[in-house]
Design a protein around this ligand. Structure first.
Ligand code: CP
Ligand code: NVA
Length: 305
């Protein structure tokens, strides 16, 4: 059966750990210029219905480093933007390509795409999840702290696609996570219930950012208005007052805490310039690691690694 990467909840801890191990190997090979062309001669379609810098570039470069050819397809200039059904696009793509990455709106779109796709489909961000990003985040934690387990994680901000994916990761991988979200901006209810049923670790939510970051090893935040929510920007700026990750908030965490942000960041809104540029910030390593984890995911799903 074709294996996809649509959400972390489709994977076991052992499988995710296996992807981290492969990521480490591929990153090392890349740094040493040792070829690792698991997708030699293949073609991977990269479909974007939303904007992107990191996802587009890291997938294009990653596909090329694996020996394959990337095809950038924007919905606006393809028939998808003119209403061609997802299920038709999915079946056609699989006749040309060996894998597909898609960034879109509803999670049901990637799920429908995958249902009709004979080749692996990777979620490059939906309104609900951003699984490639959280894999990169956790890999960055492992590089900085030597492990992801036994650490205390904090989320400050919107209960968005990033927060939902962190919740799934905490439940599957077994680490403690405290989220601070304003009322009305909590994570997805179904994701929350799924995680609470399955988790052996502590996954809690508060309205108080100070409570969430106290003694944290890893602090994560993200924009207040995600792609597709631009018209809510002003009301969100009001709702998220007090949720800016600044030096005073970071000072409540462990002295050697890490700060993560998937980027793009809005300095002065969810994070201050001094925190993102400061000594606790690991955002550039985090961005780089998108490349390495995605190569591992593609090599495993499309190249038999
Ligand atoms: N973090 C992330 O997915 O960035 P882009 O929107 O630039 O792809
Ligand atoms: N939550 C953000 C993440 C961007 C990478 C968004 O969906 O726009």
């Amino acid at each position: 059966m074709t294996r996809h990467f649509l959400a972390l909840n489709q994977y076991t801890k052992e499988e995710l750990d296996g992807l981290f191990t492969l990521t480490r190997e591929l990153k090392e090979k890349q740094k040493q210029c040792i070829p690792h062309r698991f997708l030699e001669g293949k073609n991977v379609a990269l479909i974007f219905e939303k904007s992107s810098t990191r996802t587009r570039v890291s997938f294009e470069v990653g596909v090329a480093q694996l020996g394959a050819h990337p095809l950038f397809i924007s919905s606006g200039t393809s028939q998808m933007g003119r209403g061609e059904p997802i299920k038709d696009t999915a079946r056609v793509m699989a006749r040309y390509c060996d894998g597909v990455m898609i960034r879109t709106y509803g999670q049901e779109i990637v799920e429908e795409f995958a249902r009709y796709s004979a080749v692996p489909v990777i979620n490059g961000l939906t309104d609900l999840f951003h699984p490639c990003q959280i894999m990169a985040d956790l890999f960055t934690v492992m590089e900085h702290k030597g492990k992801y387990e036994g650490l205390k994680y904090a989320w400050v901000g919107d209960g968005n696609n990033m927060a939902n994916t962190w919740i799934e990761a905490a439940a599957i991988l077994g680490f403690d996570l405290t989220l601070a979200c304003p009322t009305g901006y909590e994570p997805d209810r179904q994701v929350w219930d799924w995680a609470q049923q399955r988790a052996t670790s502590s996954i809690t939510i508060t309205e108080d950012p100070e409570e969430a970051v106290r003694d944290a090893d890893v602090i994560n935040t993200d924009v207040w208005a995600s792609m597709g929510q631009e018209q809510e920007q002003k009301e969100r700026e009001v709702a998220f007052q007090g949720y800016c990750l600044d030096d005073a908030l970071v000072a409540l965490a462990k002295p050697d805490c890490m700060v993560l942000h998937c980027l793009p960041a809005h300095r002065g809104e969810e994070i201050t310039d001094s925190v993102i540029e400061g000594p606790r910030s690991a955002v550039w390593d985090e961005a780089e690691n998108r490349l390495h984890v995605q190569k591992a995911i593609m090599a495993r799903l499309m190249g038999g690694a």
